[in-house]
Write a protein that binds this ligand. Structure first.
Ligand code: EPZ
Length: 416
């Protein structure tokens, strides 16, 4: 099993290129099920979740090939395939994003229920209730969701909470529904805006993506197109936190400050300096790091996907910071591992209190999920001595060649 060996402490400096957003690419790939024409996606990150989605699409009759950062998806016309099996869905929950497109275009879908995962229960009740509002018959049997509808019909649906995947599934389903759909209390993440731009380029009529209310006027067919995925804000944020943590100086070329505003504001309050360049974000720190509280929330709040990395940073800040996780119920699994490296953190329900600064010392630690793994790598950069991060297959789900990017920035990180 692959590990990262990190020799610390490191100060990271230099420039790296932002990769494409994993969480924008996954729904964009699922959108290939909505058309019988080829779709070309550019700036696709070469990470494991993308390969899992590619396997699922092959299984559903969409041929696909990757050439560097370009993925070409060609539907084969095998319209009778409608089954997303447990073996693929259990590997990646985002597999559930094929539900809306399959139903909209093929009239039925059979998708394994994802079940819980390391960071929380993560039900899909909102996806299902929304599809029912569009006229689908939905049943749960033998661990699978089966949904069918000869023709989805536009409707009004209000999400019980902003859900990223739910909003994406419903927008995709509604593109081919008869009439107009009005979705309220939608998630507003930049990845949703990117998906709507892709779908509109395919001929959909979507207004309001990125706002609470999204309106979709159904069309008869969608065509193929070429689309460039937005830069990955979470990946960029992770490297900026690495700079903040190690008194470094890093530019992430191609990243967009607007997508990262909640993180950048906190880093500025904590004592870092950042600037939006014409094409990228530059961040440096030369003074003391101050403790600052965060509360995670749906966009435009502080992203839960950067909570673990920010916590690693706060272990080095002067004072006590409180980190409140409101999106997922079990996303503090990095805390005991940080503790093994010398961090002083107390958990009280959805709150974590970080007492800083604590000198970190290298240790053997175990990654439990994607962002928790990134947090441990950051801690390893600041720690004294060798840190071994085990189970980095979690990291490979969403970070492309992280060891290479960190090495470019002067860190001593080796994949073993
Ligand atoms: C997306 O997951 C991201 N994944 C996650 O990225 C991210 O953490 C999350 O959004 C929040 O920003 C992708 O985009 C592929 P949600 P998603 O539906 O869509 C509850 C990463 O590290 N909920 O917005 O699954 C749910 O349990 C990850 O890259 C329901 O109760 O998240 C959670 O508490 C992991 N019922 C909250 O809503 C539903 O039907 C937000 O979940 C749907 C969601």
């Amino acid at each position: 099993m692959n590990q990262f060996h990190i020799e610390g402490p490191n100060r990271v400096t230099g420039t790296i290129e932002a990769g494409g957003a994993k969480n924008a690419t996954l729904p964009a790939m699922a959108a290939s099920l909505l058309t019988d024409e080829p779709l070309e996606l550019r700036r696709v990150p070469r990470v494991r979740d993308i390969r899992t989605m590619a396997r699922l699409l092959t299984h559903l009759g969409v041929d696909n090939e990757a050439d560097d950062e370009v993925v070409r998806l060609c539907p084969t016309g095998a319209e009778d395939l409608d089954d997303a099996p447990y073996e693929l869905v259990k590997e990646m929950r985002a597999s559930v994003l094929v539900l809306g497109p399959l139903l909209a275009r093929r009239g039925r879908a059979r998708v394994s229920l994802p079940g819980g995962c390391a960071i929380g229960v993560r039900p899909i009740d909102q996806h299902l209730a929304g599809l029912e509002a569009l006229g689908a018959e939905v049943a749960l049997e033998h661990g699978y969701v089966t949904a069918q509808a000869r023709q989805l019909t536009g409707a009004r649906y209000r999400f019980g909470m902003p859900t990223v995947g739910g909003t994406e599934n419903l927008i995709m389903a509604a593109t081919l529904a008869r009439g107009t759909t009005r979705l309220e209390n939608c998630a507003r993440e930049p990845e949703i805006v990117d998906l709507a731009e892709l779908l509109n380029a395919m001929g959909a009529r979507i207004k309001g993506a990125g706002q609470e209310t999204v309106e979709i006027e159904g069309v008869e067919t969608l065509s193929g197109t070429a689309h460039t995925i937005i830069p990955d804000r979470i990946e960029a944020g992770t490297y900026l936190v690495a700079a903040a943590m190690t008194s470094g100086d890093v530019t992430v070329a191609g990243s967009r400050a607007a997508d990262l505003a909640p993180l950048l504001e906190k880093l500025a309050e904590a004592g870092c300096r950042f600037e939006q360049l014409e094409d990228g974000i530059h961040l440096s720190r030369d003074g003391e790091l101050r403790a600052r509280d965060i509360v995670t929330a749906p966009h435009p709040g502080f992203p839960t996907d950067l909570q673990a990395q920010y916590m690693a940073l706060m272990t080095q800040a002067e004072g006590v910071s409180t980190i409140c996780e409101t999106v997922f119920e079990n996303r503090f699994q990095h805390v005991p591992e940080l503790g093994r490296m010398g961090a002083k953190i107390e958990i009280d329900g959805s709150y974590a209190r970080v007492y800083g600064p604590s000198p970190l010392s290298g240790a053997k630690v175990m990654a439990t999920d994607l962002r928790a793994s990134a947090c441990l790598v950051l801690a390893g950069l600041a720690a004294d001595g060798q840190t071994v991060v085990d189970r980095i297959y979690h990291l490979d789900r969403g970070y492309e060649r992280m060891e290479q990017k960190l090495t470019t920035l002067g860190a001593r990180v080796e994949r073993v």
